[in-house]
Design a protein around this ligand. Structure first.
Ligand code: ATP
Ligand code: MG
Length: 574
């Protein structure tokens, strides 16, 4: 076990790290550290989960502890093996490896036995009231609740009904098991919380063995306890659950472990990003209703969406590190995430040339049929990564907006009478253009300076502008997808709730009113240099002067498809 003193120094400790260090110093749990990441397998992981993952795994790494993956699979109607596999893939992609893979469903027997014990001890009872009646009796934080008429029923009755809840004899919703705590407690979670309910749906792992399933509050803390978790880190909405968490752990411990071996829950703020809707429930609606092209649509805030969009795992980790952990909710700026990815990709990305809005450029004094291989640097941040070549010829494509017939003074690109350098190649002089009958520019006419290439006598001649280009004959046609924010609303979570409230409508109806109609722009008439189409294995690209891109999952060398990860500069304030 490494002590805090031997771990690498970083700026300052966040409040969870401070707590962990205090717990270690006090010798709690024999100064052992064990955390867990506990996803419910009811959807794919999103960037909010990345924040939890970085903390759960990060604390274990930093303090020489263990972090396990535990699937919180107590709700069989919503859960699926597909999600479990995807969750594991995404955690690994993010750069973390769990020590053990656990399932809350592995503890169904232990939880059942514990529940039986509570009934026998008079700490739990079967309530046969409807969900509505139970809710109506809850009271309010300032008004005590009403005790259920079943609260003091004989233990034997509860025991026998509990067995029936699990044998298939009891329909869903007919009865529940409740902990008997305090209907007048100022903490609403103490007002005889439901701890077991009937679910008549096969479980992805335990099949039809169980019909009675533990509720989250009854499964989570006990699972932590059974596994030996020391620090159970979760988000702030669980603050009011903490006393119940502690109570159930006290009950399950039954005075054992006098050395105070027990898990402790600590809460941190959720990640919220502007223009982004998190929460798997909402994301599932978007996928099911076809608002997006699957969980990994590059506009989705899922980890697989960011991966397909071209985000590196490092950029997500850096972003999480930048925003940090606090005890109050905030709305973070998406631009901060983009600046993290830009910073990371600047270091990582392979530079290539692509023309997204092509127009022809002809070098009228360059020999017809001649081809030169020009040398292009792979990554100026890493000269050791070498160069590749890009074919040059008389007939090129350049970006349409790199030419202007009547240009303003500070326009240093192609305009009649002006010299411009073609990157990695020659200086050309713009002589004019040809237009079609409608007045659209269809060809730019230039002459080149044959001694202006790198290594030649005229190479040092300075011109103000440099533009990129592709050889018409050699470049490869490609589809390029440009993404923008999917929601028009800065705070889509609140906006969604407000619309639903106002119009009394479902989530889909509300979502449709919030959609940015321009979140995806598909360009089908783009070109890339041959090297970019055939590159193998390299994932992160910079289309020079345009932005960061990656191959889409549908990409092939014959039919290249690229996704824009992020532009070169912040365009969010537009
Ligand atoms: P969702 O509402 O998206 O389904 P959840 O909290 O129900 O989220 P779980 O799979 O139950 O998702 O959560 C796994 C872990 O991830 C929990 O510890 C949870 O607190 C954490 N988590 C979920 N969303 C966020 C978020 N936005 N920021 C930080 N942590 C989060
Ligand atoms: Mg959930």
């Amino acid at each position: 076990m490494t002590s805090p003193e031997t771990t690498p120094q970083k700026k300052s400790l966040n409040f969870i790290e401070q707590q962990v260090e205090a717990d270690l110093a006090n010798g709690l749990n024999d100064s052992r550290i064990q955390t867990r990441f506990p996803p419910e397998p009811n959807g794919y992981l999103h960037i909010g989960h990345a924040k939890a993952i970085c903390l759960d795994f990060g604390i274990a790494q930093r303090y020489g502890g263990v972090c396990n993956l535990r699937f919180d699979d107590t709700n069989p109607t919503k859960e699926d093996m597909e999600y479990m596999d995807a969750i594991k893939q995404d955690i690994r992609w993010l750069g973390f490896q769990w020590a053990n893979e656990y399932y809350a469903s592995d503890y169904f027997q232990q939880l059942w036995d514990f529940a039986l014990r509570l009934i026998r001890e008079g700490k739990a009872y079967i309530d046969e009231q409807s969900a509505e009646d139970i809710a109506a009796q809850k009271g309010t934080p300032t008004r005590p609740g009403t005790e259920s008429p079943y609260r003091n029923r004989p233990v034997e009755e509860s025991l026998s009904l509990f067995e029936k809840m699990n044998s298939g004899e009891v329909e869903e919703g007919r009865m529940v098991l409740r902990a008997k705590i305090d209907m007048a407690s100022p903490n609403m979670h103490f007002r005889d919380p439901i701890i077991y309910r009937v679910v008549n749906h096969p479980h992805p792992r335990t099949g039809t063995t169980w019909k009675a399933y533990p509720m989250y509050d009854f499964a989570h803390g006990q699972s932590d306890f059974f596994e030996g978790v020391t620090h159970s880190l979760c988000t702030l909405e669980f603050v009011p659950h903490r006393p119940l968490y502690d109570l159930f752990v006290d009950w399950v411990k039954e005075g054992k472990d006098l050395n105070d071996h027990r898990p402790r829950q600590y809460e941190f703020n959720k990640l919220n990003l502007n223009y982004v809707l998190l929460s798997k429930r909402n994301l599932l609606t978007m996928v099911k209703e076809g608002i997006v092209d699957g969980w990994d649509d590059p506009r989705m805030p899922t980890l697989c969406g960011f991966r397909r969009r071209g985000y590196s795992p490092e950029s997500i980790r850096k972003f999480v590190d930048k925003i940090g952990y606090t005890t109050f909710d905030a709305l973070n700026d998406f631009a901060l995430l983009e600046s993290a990815v830009r910073e990371d990709l600047n270091d990582r990305a392979q530079r290539v040339s692509a023309v997204l809005h092509p127009v022809k450029l002809t070098i009228t004094n360059y020999p017809e049929g001649q081809v030169e291989e020009m040398e292009a640097i792979n990554n100026p941040e890493h000269p050791e990564q070498g160069t590749h070549t890009i074919p040059f010829s008389r007939d090129l494509y350049v970006e349409r907006d790199d030419f202007m017939e009547d240009a303003p003074k500070k326009y240093f690109r192609l305009t009649p009478g002006q010299d411009v350098r073609l990157k990695n190649a020659y200086i050309v002089h713009c002589d004019g253009c040809r237009k079609d009958n409608d007045g659209n520019v269809v060809e730019i006419l230039c002459t080149y300076d044959p001694v202006s290439k790198s290594g030649m006598p005229g190479a040092g001649r300075k011109v103000k502008g440099t533009i990129h280009w592709l050889s018409q004959e050699h470049c490869v046609k490609a589809e390029v997808r440009l993404y923008d924010r999917i929601w028009k609303e800065e705070n889509p979570r609140d906006a969604l709730a407000a619309i639903r409230e106002e119009q009394q409508c479902d989530a889909l109806t509300a979502m449709k009113q919030m959609l940015n109609p321009h979140s995806l722009e598909t360009l089908t008439d783009c070109y890339v240099e041959p090297y970019a189409a055939t590159l193998q294995g390299e994932h992160y690209l910079q289309f020079q002067r345009i932005g960061y891109f990656t191959y889409d999952t549908s990409h092939t060398a014959e039919r290249p498809v690229f996704n824009r990860t992020v532009g070169l500069r912040d365009s969010w304030k537009k």
